[in-house]
Design a protein around this ligand. Sequence first.
Ligand code: AMP
Length: 286
Amino acid sequence: MLRIALPNKGRLADDARELFTDAGLDIRARGERALTASLGDLFEAIFVRAQDIPEFVADGAADAGITGADLVAESNRDLETLADLGFGRCRLAVAATDESGIEAIGHVPQGARVATSFPRLTQAYFAAAGRTVELVPVSGAAEIAPHLGIADVIVDLVSTGSTLRVNGLHEVATILESSARMVVAGNRRRTEAMQPLDDLVAALQSVLRARCQRYLMANVPRSRLADVRRVLPGLNGPTVVDIMNSGEHVAVHAVVPASDVYRIVAQLKSLEAEGILVTRIERLMP
Ligand code: AMP
């Protein structure tokens, strides 16, 4: 069985579980607080801290792992990213207090104290920007550090930005854009035993692709087909199907972006479409 390290809690944990479930891989834990679970028939999940996953994968304790790109970069371990899973989107940003007057990285004074739980990335970023800073390592809640007088600026993850705002901080620069990634050891041997991992990545990606698409069906007058084609591009153009007992109407089927459904339905109605049906897609393999 191939072992996959998954975050045991935090922002990525629920989304990772949901993705496996949607891909048809049941997570069967051996109890409420079990640290391992079977994942379909071919994989075993181990639930560990997201921070530890780069280490476990690089060391071979797990064959693959799902964790944030921020943690992968901070670990500096030799890892290969197999897929960007899209969830857990955030950015690692430099932030300063609103009254500091710091609006750009060039305003950060030499010798400034920087509170962060990302010391490696922070050090490298400021060094590249020609700034000498003093790191104040924290394991979380860096936002409080400037108010306690132990740091001048912080480097922390930002998603909506509301945590910064309520703490009287603003973003000064982005160090890294992050989201959940599926990673394997950079030096892994490409044996046949690893093939299920590639199949797994393909399955997960097909689920992710499907989430932002919808399958749309409608009956339209044959005479309006040319207009309907313009409204419904689909993956390879719409599928057009004859309807039994009707020469006048045809059924059109197409895959469309979920965000366009509202507009497309309105346009189809104006082309006298009937029986419009929109459904979710479980998987999409173009
Ligand atoms: P927000 O207020 O939405 O900007 O979120 C900021 C807070 O959530 C900070 O404490 C971050 O450390 C944490 N955070 C935001 N996004 C993530 C993420 N993708 N992974 C882990 N922590 C995050």
